[in-house]
Design a protein around this ligand. Structure first.
Ligand code: SIN
Ligand code: FE2
Length: 211
């Protein structure tokens, strides 16, 4: 493991889950450029929940499959409902850092086919939930934080389990799989700030193998 060879710090969140502090920092600039390129083809939008409420987090996708929500439910789709075209390809640098982070966390051979791109403005939040729309629950989730810092809420396998708070900063990566694959997690409302690489915003890349 080269995890401890430099400034990176790994924090175990529980069996199967780890926060790799600063893991994506060396490639953060390229990831930010990739987000901008993805957003030019598939614009960020506020999706609607099945209950009809607009989500506070703006989203887009890259890769073969994109996660969407609308009145009909949550699902993965190969076509962007906003543009009617395919989602933009996953930039090579995205896939590389996701595969390397998964391997560093003990999940060798991760092959993501979807990357959800979340954009948080101040006040935006993600209520605790499980990532369970993927057919292949054997693959981990790889989640990269960029821009403003946020507070990650990390729970257990039951909705009622206590949520622990962890700071997520520019370049941090969280990987969860195996016994933690269906752990509840969320993000507390984003606090205002000014980040040199992202201004008033936070971005998150969530890599998944959907099938
Ligand atoms: C998510 O759970 O989809 C988002 C996690 C994050 O923004 O860090
Ligand atoms: Fe999630």
């Amino acid at each position: 493991m080269d995890l401890f060879a430099d400034e990176r710090r790994a924090v175990a969140l529980g069996p199967g889950a780890v926060l790799l502090g600063g893991f994506a920092l060396p490639v953060a600039e390229g990831l930010m450029a990739g987000i901008e390129a993805v957003g030019r083809v598939a614009p960020f939008r506020h999706m609607v929940t099945p209950g009809g409420k607009a989500m506070s987090v703006a989203m887009t996708n890259c890769g073969a499959w994109g996660w969407i929500s609308d009145r009909a439910g949550y699902r993965y789709q190969g076509v962007d409902p906003l543009t009617g075209g395919a989602w933009p390809a996953m930039p090579q640098g995205f896939e590389t850092v996701a595969v390397e982070a998964a391997a560093a966390a003990g999940y060798a051979g991760f092959a993501p086919d979807a990357c959800l791109v979340n954009r948080y403005a101040p006040g935006a939040r993600m209520a605790p939930h499980q990532d369970r729309d993927e057919a292949d629950l054997g693959a981990p989730i790889v989640s990269v934080s960029l821009g403003l810092s946020a507070t990650f809420l990390w729970g257990g396998l039951s909705r009622g389990d206590r949520l622990r708070r962890h700071g997520l900063h520019h370049g941090d990566v969280v990987v969860w799989g195996g016994p933690a694959r269906l752990a509840f997690h969320g993000v507390a409302p984003l606090q205002p700030g000014d980040h040199p690489a992202a201004g008033a915003l936070r971005y998150n890349l969530t890599f998944r193998k959907t099938r």
